[in-house]
Design a protein around this ligand. Structure first.
Ligand code: ATP
Ligand code: MG
Length: 412
């Protein structure tokens, strides 16, 4: 009986053509991050719900409505991680690394958020993230941004803007927040319902509302960058001058606030116009207070995460790895012989498809479908002489030669 299989909205399969692109993103990230001495960590997908509530912040969208959390059979409140930074900080301090000097980590894996699914916005998606513990910047900020820019360039993604901002610190942000709330109060009538709600709980978030009328109402809003304390101002100036020196293009966007509570000072996003309102492909910032907030020794840190699916959407379709050789067997009695030959070809690191048994026309058809560069035919006479028939599918050239000679021809 056929059963109607259900699938979850916003949760997708990664079929070979998808995974080829994801791997491309991952491989480039690994190669570039290695140059900056970052090492991979593999952290749990399941974490205590409390970890995210404490770090990301109760009033944020993620914690207030997007987390997949549940109570397990033992009564523990668990959560499918919505992002990677909180877990990385937990791992960092539980491993007792706060005095171990700088730690430069990256990770790649699935994240979960119960958002409204749309193009580029999934409920299970993949992030590649980096976290750099133990450096107050701005040199770390400069290098991290340069690494992000180098990665995007290496991947061949053009038309991405790097936008930066400073979110200030414990000293200057509360003063700015008051100024902003005062301003927002004068614009109350022009702001959307969500913004009006955010005014009390999370007023900075009003700044990045995507609704045009709200953005219009914010034209004259005070900007954090104009109200930084001396320390934050110097930090931000240092960041900009370093990026200039390294020729990393950027634009100051005073509207970048990030949706998570733990950020301070440097915040940044890499944005493209090619993905509509899901145009942020990479985002991050400094979170100097988070390690202490979670009970560790105060450790400055900065990081970013990027959406693998969004980046993949900007890449050309990736071709599958080509098959080097298809092996065809003329007569069922030669099966073991041809299977053996396929193995020998694979020992030489070739990608080989054995075309099975039966009708040779069917086998040739299969070899064509695999788009093999060469076809090897094993028949009675070849087997008797210890030779193989090698056909170059591009030129049509065919020869009866030894395996060793064939390997040389195939290697070109
Ligand atoms: P957005 O503003 O698009 O909602 P965000 O600020 O929630 O993004 P972060 O939490 O900073 O995103 O995550 C970093 C990156 O992960 C984003 O820039 C994006 O590329 C990707 N990302 C975030 N949420 C999703 C999602 N639901 N589906 C696919 N990719 C996502
Ligand atoms: Mg979001």
């Amino acid at each position: 009986m056929a059963v109607q299989l259900k699938s979850i909205r916003g949760v997708h399969d990664g079929l070979p053509q998808d995974v080829r692109q994801w791997q491309q993103v991952e491989q480039r990230a690994r190669a570039i991050f290695k140059r900056y001495a970052f090492e991979e960590v593999r952290l749990p997908i399941l974490e205590p719900t409390e970890l995210f509530v404490r770090s990301i912040g109760e009033a944020t969208d993620i914690v207030s409505k997007e987390m997949y959390h549940f109570v397990d059979q033992g009564g523990d409140d668990l959560c499918l991680r919505p992002e990677g930074t909180a877990g990385a900080v937990r791992a960092f301090l539980q491993a007792g690394l706060t005095r171990a000097g700088a730690q430069r980590w990256f990770y790649a894996g699935p994240m979960f958020r119960r958002e409204r699914p749309q193009k580029g916005r999934l409920r299970q998606f993949q992030q590649i993230g980096v976290e750099w513990f133990g450096g107050e910047g701005p040199s770390e900020d400069i290098e991290l941004l340069a690494m992000a820019a180098a990665f995007l360039e290496d991947l061949g993604i053009s038309q991405v803007r790097m936008e930066i901002n400073s979110l200030g610190c414990q000293q200057c942000r509360p003063l700015y927040r008051d100024l902003l709330v005062k301003f927002l109060t004068t614009q109350h009538a022009n702001l959307c319902e969500t913004c009006c709600e955010r005014m009390d709980k999370n007023p900075l978030r009003v700044l990045d509302c995507k609704i045009a009328s709200c953005q219009n109402a914010l034209t004259d809003a005070p900007e954090m960058v104009a109200h930084l304390c001396e320390g934050c101002d110097q930090h931000f100036t240092g960041l900009k001058s370093g990026l200039d020196a390294l020729k990393v293009p950027y634009r100051v966007n005073p509207r970048i606030v990030r949706g998570l509570d733990y950020y301070n000072r440097t915040a940044f996003e890499a944005v493209t116009d090619q993905l509509g309102s899901q145009g942020t492909v990479l985002a991050g910032g400094r979170y100097d207070g988070l390690v202490a907030e979670l009970g560790g020794e105060a450790t400055p840190a900065i990081g970013f995460a990027m959406g693998v699916e969004r980046l993949a959407m900007l890449l050309p379709e990736a071709e599958s790895a080509s098959v080097d050789v298809a092996v065809i067997t003329m007569g069922d009695a030669l099966l073991n012989h041809s299977l053996n030959l396929a193995q020998q070809l694979r020992h030489a690191d070739l990608c080989v498809v054995h075309c099975g048994l039966g009708n040779s026309k069917k086998q040739f058809k299969r070899a064509n479908r695999e788009q093999a560069r060469f076809v090897v035919v094993i028949g009675e006479s070849e087997a008797a002489q210890g030779l193989i028939s090698l056909k170059n599918m591009a030129t049509g050239e065919q020869q009866q030669i030894t395996l060793e000679a064939a390997l040389q021809v195939i290697a070109g």
